[in-house]
Design a protein. Sequence first.
Length: 274
Amino acid sequence: MNTKKLLLSLFIGLSLTACSSTQVIQEPMVPITSSEVCCSDFSQYPWIQLATTEDIDFQLDKDSPIGHFSDGNSYFNAFKLSDRSGKVQLRLSSLMINDSVVAPKLIALDHEFNVVNTTSLDQFDIKPSDAFTRTQFQLNFQLDATKTPYFIIYSSNEYLGQSIKVKHPARIRAEELGEPMPMVTDPTYAYERFGKLKLSIKTLSLQAHKQAPQQPKVAIKSAQPETHTFYKEAIAEAVKTNDIPKALALLEEAKALGIKDAQDTFVQALESKK
């Protein structure tokens, strides 16, 4: 009997230990249907024009457009770097708010809207909260606007239904200062489609654009009076002898020289033959 009680106690203890260490499994997200996708091609996406240096707070929510990506249909925002920017430093943050967070992906595209670079979540650092900001995923990323002027930020489907546990800020501070560990619970955040993000753009170098060479203007000299007389007489004579092709050729030469009444001479010569 004692043996049975001992085995039962051990079983209950192991069960409780297992429950306390198990991550909460979220209900699987319903996939976004293809009928909700805004555009069939990246070139048709609604692009947000950026300045050379800019800080933007934005939401991925139900008002965001939906696009098709390699890991499924997702909500996104699409950005175009300034035409003046060369090398650009980006900082992308995904804030952990109300027990949820977006697992963001950034894809960079060239001038023909081909994907050149793709980030992954393991490139992001977890920045703990402080007096000025919340706990967040943060990525520092550099782009060359001359090669990849477009980029898209979207909520990756890869992590939906999962969660992440992060250290409580009080624990982190205690570890840094060598103080006793506080009695706090590490927060857990579920990966969601919607959330708040921050984007910081800083241009490190500018790109110059070559000015297209202008065609030199050809100066047209005014024809001398005797030249006027020559063409008018030559046109009239060509019409009189029925050499219309010659008359038309002379008329074009006269126009090029600025002899404005050459057309009248040609018309009058034709009428006089009727």
